[in-house]
Every structure is written in structure tokens, then in C-alpha cells.
Design a protein around this ligand. Structure first.
Ligand SMILES: NC(=O)c1ccc[n+]([C@@H]2O[C@H](COP(=O)([O-])OP(=O)(O)OC[C@H]3O[C@@H](n4cnc5c(N)ncnc54)[C@H](OP(=O)(O)O)[C@@H]3O)[C@@H](O)[C@H]2O)c1
Length: 395
């Protein structure tokens, strides 16, 4: 019995490896690539989205390794200021680590209580993990010129504790604190986000995933503009998810945005995908509204990331998912690269008229109806109503 299970498991593993091999080799030939593209582009199921991520990852692997090496040579981002939210874990920490390696000045509002030294030490560890991960991978002699490992003291970071996207008060206090300190950045990476299984209410009474990933992020971004933390020429990156493709929204549908939602573990991913669709539609609309100020707004899905995103699941499921994510998904350092490129690299700056949505290292038409102008205008108007109705009286 045991042998037959093992035998089946081995056959499944070999089968999966063969599919991965065929996919990895096959898409290099144009017809195979087109056929594979057709399936993965039209598919919106999670397997199709994961297959697409595998394609994009393999197709751009060499380019991404070169980009990682470029960030690690000669501090190319010295003097550049970037704000990253959620830099205490997962993707955000991967982004902050490599920006620090490249010499950028970081501004990191964070929710998790952490002393300034602790945050800098975590970012230095992430930076050094990226150095190790890409060691000798760029394939050129310039690898020898890579920067030395970073110490916590060398990380140029302004940590701002007390930042919580589930509280309008905390959002307003953090934005005001940045304004008082005269902080001005060239890019913001709105990476903080979650999959809330419980759907516990935010301070303003929204279901958590909706409240944090969409309303809180929208309000936060608008306040940063009002307080001149970002200005003309800035880039705004909303970290989105391809899961948004599994949904579509109807303006003025029977269930208005922000209405109480019955949350359960069974609808956790649906709530997540819907929140990312709203964020994506909002990013499109924000880009249209801020175009005159040459502020480019992007919605960037990093693809699968080995992170703590499953932490809110029931304990045994969270443990199992954490293991699957760690062993099968790309590292945070790898997933961070296209997001960093969108935020700071001119080669990736497509300007305000370029596709808003990006999937890993490739621009891609947004799914659902996120790029629809009517939907964007409706999402914008609804967000303003929700913010105005529930903002605290005193900041
Ligand atoms: N993992 C994936 O496969 C994947 C795929 C597509 C998109 N994404 C997106 O990538 C982003 C980062 O996720 P991750 O995978 O790196 O997950 P993660 O490891 O759980 O990191 C999430 C980060 O967001 C912060 N955060 C969560 N809720 C917050 C709140 N209410 N206020 C302020 N900060 C908050 C967390 O802060 P604390 O340290 O305080 O908890 C943490 O720093 C998310 O937007 C996620 O939707 C992830």
C-alpha cells in the first residue's frame, strides 16, 4: 500500500516536472509560445494564472538577473528617495533590501512595532539575502564589482511606526507626520496588503480585506499627494494581484461598495481578488486624474511570492501554505525586481499613457473590467464617499 502511494506520488512529481520542462523549453519556440500565451492569457483560473507566472518568470529570467546585478553595482540609486509600505515582511522587505543595496534612501511607514535599529537590521538582512541569491548569476565579469554586504548602520531608512491601513486615524497621523518632517519622495510603493480570512472589521467598519487593500490604500495615496510627499513626476505603484482577473464589477450593482460582507474562510480569496480589482480600477482612474502632473500610476502584480501572506489562515492550513509558498514560489528578492524597476528605473517607465497594469516583468492589459473608464470613475466617486462619510472628526 505504502509502495503504491509512493509510486503514485513519484509519477505525479515526474509528470509535473515534465510539464514544467515542456513549458520552460516550449515557449521559447514562437508557435509554442503563442499557443501557451493564448491559454494563459485567456485563462483566469488560479492554475492558468500560476502557469502564466511560470512563463513570464522563465522568459525574463536572464533580464531580471542582470537587473539584480545592476542594482548591486556602484549604488545606482544614491540620492533617490522611495517610500515602501509593508517593508517588515515578504515582498516589501525584499523591495526595501534591494533598494538599500542600490543606495536609495528609504521611507518605511510600518504597522508592526519595531525600533528604528530593528527595521534597519531586517532590511540589511534582506539586502544580504539578495546579494547571496544573485551571487555570480548575472553571467558577466561585472559580478566582481558587486557591493559588499550591508550593515544595519549603512541602511538609510526613515521608519515611521504606527502606520495602519485599517485605521483612517493612523493613516492621517502618518501622512501628517511625513508632511511635518518635510519628506518628499520620487516614488511610493503601496505594497502593504493582506488576505484576511476572518474579515474582522477595520476601525471604520469595513471588511478587513476591502478596508486595507482598497479604501485604506486609496485614502493614504490621496493624502500623500495632498501633503506634497509626492509631486510632479512621481511614480505610484499599487501592488496588485492577478487574482483580480477572476472578478468583474458592475457600477451601482445591487450590493453597494462598502456594504457589510459576510466573511468566511471559503470566500477569503474572492474578497481578496475583488479588493485587488477595485485597487486596479482605482489605479487606472488615479493615473487619468494625475496625468496632468505627470504622475504615473501603476498596478503591479509581483506574481507568486514566498511570503507570510497566508498567516491569517487557520493554524494548520497556514503552516502548510507557508511551507508550499517557501518551497515553490519565487523569493521576495526575485519578485521585488520588477516592482523596483517600475518605481525607479527609466527603462521601465512607460509614462502615463502606457499600460497601467504589469504582471511581474511584463506590461499586461488589466483583467476584469479594471481599465474601463466608467468603472474607474464610479470606483473613484464611491471611494471618496466612503472616505468622507467615515473619516475621524479630529486628526
Ligand atoms: N504572496 C503572494 O504570492 C502575492 C501575490 C500577488 C500579490 N501579492 C501582494 O503583495 C503584497 C505584499 O504581500 P506579501 O505576500 O509580502 O505578504 P506579507 O508577508 O504578509 O506582508 C504584508 C505586509 O503588509 C503589511 N500590512 C498588512 N496589513 C497592514 C495594515 N493594515 N496596515 C499596514 N501594513 C499592513 C504587513 O505588516 P505587518 O508586518 O505589520 O504584518 C507586512 O509588512 C500584498 O499587497 C499582496 O496582496 C502577494
Amino acid at each position: 500500500m505504502v509502495t503504491s502511494h509512493r509510486g503514485r506520488a513519484t509519477r505525479v512529481a515526474l509528470g509535473l516536472a515534465l510539464v514544467a520542462l515542456v513549458a520552460a523549453v516550449g515557449f521559447r519556440a514562437a508557435p509554442a509560445r503563442e499557443a501557451f500565451d493564448a491559454w494563459t492569457l485567456s485563462g483566469t483560473s488560479t492554475p492558468a494564472l500560476l502557469a502564466r507566472a511560470l512563463v513570464v518568470r522563465t522568459r525574463n529570467a536572464a533580464r531580471m538577473r542582470e537587473y539584480a546585478a545592476a542594482l548591486q553595482r556602484g549604488k545606482p540609486l544614491a540620492g533617490v528617495r522611495v517610500l515602501v509600505t509593508g517593508a517588515t515582511s515578504g515582498l516589501g522587505l525584499g523591495i526595501a533590501g534591494q533598494l538599500a543595496l542600490a543606495g536609495a534612501h528609504l521611507v518605511c511607514p510600518h504597522r508592526r512595532p519595531m525600533a528604528a535599529g530593528e527595521l534597519a537590521a531586517a532590511i540589511a538582512r534582506s539586502a544580504n539575502d539578495a546579494l547571496r541569491e544573485f551571487d555570480g548569476k548575472s553571467g558577466d565579469a561585472a559580478d566582481a564589482e558587486r557591493t559588499a554586504p550591508l550593515s544595519a548602520q549603512e541602511v538609510d531608512v526613515l521608519g515611521v511606526p504606527g502606520f495602519d491601513l485599517s485605521s483612517f486615524g493612523a493613516i492621517e497621523r502618518t501622512a501628517a507626520e511625513l508632511a511635518r518632517a518635510g519628506v518628499h519622495v520620487s516614488a511610493i510603493v503601496n505594497n502593504a496588503g493582506l488576505v484576511s480570512v476572518s474579515g474582522a472589521a477595520t476601525e471604520q467598519g469595513f471588511e478587513q480585506t476591502f478596508g486595507v487593500n482598497f479604501v485604506g490604500t486609496a485614502y493614504w495615496t490621496q493624502l500623500l499627494r495632498q501633503h506634497a510627499v509626492i509631486g510632479r513626476g512621481a511614480r505610484v505603484i499599487m501592488v496588485g494581484s492577478e487574482e483580480h482577473r477572476q472578478h468583474a464589477l458592475e457600477p451601482d450593482a445591487a450590493e453597494p461598495l462598502g456594504a457589510p460582507t459576510r466573511a468566511s474562510w471559503a470566500n477569503a480569496m474572492a474578497r481578496y481578488g475583488r479588493s485587488k480589482l477595485l485597487l486596479c480600477a482605482y489605479a487606472h482612474e488615479l493615473g487619468r486624474r494625475w496625468r496632468a502632473d505627470e504622475i504615473a500610476v501603476y498596478d503591479a502584480c509581483p506574481g507568486p511570492v514566498a511570503s507570510d501572506i497566508a498567516r491569517d489562515a487557520p493554524a494548520p492550513v497556514a503552516l502548510a501554505l507557508a511551507a508550499v509558498l517557501r518551497w515553490t514560489f519565487p523569493s521576495a528578492a526575485e519578485a521585488a525586481l520588477p516592482v523596483i524597476a517600475l518605481a525607479v528605473d527609466d527603462a521601465f517607465a512607460f509614462g502615463a499613457r502606457a499600460p497601467v497594469h504589469h504582471h511581474m516583468s511584463e506590461p499586461r492589459q488589466a483583467g476584469g473590467n479594471a481599465s474601463d473608464e466608467l468603472l474607474g470613475a464610479w470606483v473613484w466617486a464611491r471611494a471618496q464617499e466612503l472616505i468622507a462619510a467615515r473619516r475621524p472628526a479630529v486628526v
